[in-house]
Design a protein around this ligand. Structure first.
Ligand SMILES: Nc1ncnc2c1ncn2[C@@H]1O[C@H](COP(=O)(O)OP(=O)(O)O)[C@@H](O)[C@H]1O
Ligand SMILES: Cc1ncsc1CCOP(=O)(O)O
Ligand SMILES: [Mg+2]
Length: 258
């Protein structure tokens, strides 16, 4: 939750974390979008998530589901499937999670993926078509589909898999991007969120690498911090004298249409 909220703040959004079933509907009245992340699930939170999703639907506001750990336990999978049936605007998961939601039996080791994003593409397309939503499968290459079109996002660094909540945070960013985009451009907004997050990670890793050359060897902990810095400077480009601007803005967003 900490890293998700900080990612959103760094990108210029205004997060509010809430799970309590007594207040989620009121929060939805003031929110522009909803992110439902089932990370640390409990029966009470499950009820709060359902009420929040129903409120978003009733208000016509976009909502995004992160099916953390789908397939890991029957309790979790059942809770996730009830949320899926409420028809999120976007579902973003890793390959194992998307395959579990699509009913494709696979090995699971919890919240991390045991498969490549490309293994889940056909499942993601079918899921998107059946639900009428956008499905994003993250991994080395992120795949985003509405069932017909497929966008492939090539940004990102493998060190992201060594920090917890990287996936959660990119899903949060998707919610922020989707609510700023026209209703029929959720596919593109999702791909852009993944590309921007990946590009920020590339910048962060570059800075860590420079530090290493100077004898300041750094790993995942530094990536987490520098990633927030990179996102912040990417969103605040007004100060053109800032040396970060050049570094950050020199990153390309690699989005390929299939
Ligand atoms: N091997 C990789 N190379 C580059 N980027 C990656 C790699 N694996 C994951 N990512 C990026 O890390 C972020 C989190 O994705 P992922 O690890 O699939 O999610 P989760 O944390 O939910 O399992 C995404 O932005 C994704 O593009
Ligand atoms: C480790 C862990 N356990 C329950 S939720 C969670 C975080 C998962 O985050 P991500 O899917 O972004 O790695
Ligand atoms: Mg995840």
């Amino acid at each position: 939750m900490d890293f998700m909220a900080n990612t959103l703040l760094a990108a210029g959004a205004s997060p509010a974390m809430a799970h309590c079933k007594e207040e989620v509907e009121d929060f939805m009245k003031i929110a522009s979008a909803l992110l439902v992340n089932v990370g640390t699930l409990s029966p009470d939170w499950t009820e709060g998530m359902r009420l929040a999703a129903e409120a978003a639907n009733a208000l016509g506001k976009p909502w995004v589901l992160d099916p953390v750990g789908a397939g890991a336990t029957p309790f979790r999978t059942k809770a996730i499937m009830s949320l899926v049936n409420l028809r999120p605007t976007v579902i973003r998961g890793n390959a194992s999670e998307i395959m579990a939601i699509a009913g494709a039996a696979g090995e699971t080791k919890g919240v991390d993926s045991t498969a490549e994003s490309t293994d889940a593409l056909e499942h993601a397309k079918r899921l998107a078509k059946d639900l009428g939503c956008i499905v994003a499968v993250s991994g080395k290459i992120d795949l985003v589909t509405d069932g017909d079109r497929v966008l492939k996002v090539h940004n990102g660094v493998s060190l992201l898999t060594s920090i917890t909540a990287a996936g959660c945070s990119v899903t949060a960013l998707i919610a922020a991007f989707v609510c700023c985009a026209p209703h029929d451009e959720a596919l593109q907004a999702t791909a852009y969120a993944l590309a921007v997050f990946g590009a920020a990670a590339e910048v962060a890793r570059g800075i860590i690498y420079e530090g290493k050359k100077l004898g300041l060897g750094q790993g995942p902990g530094s990536l987490r911090v520098k990633l927030l810095d990179a996102l912040h400077f990417m969103s605040d480009t007004k100060d053109t004298d800032d040396p970060w601007d050049e570094t950050v803005l020199s990153r390309n967003l690699y989005i390929e249409c299939e």
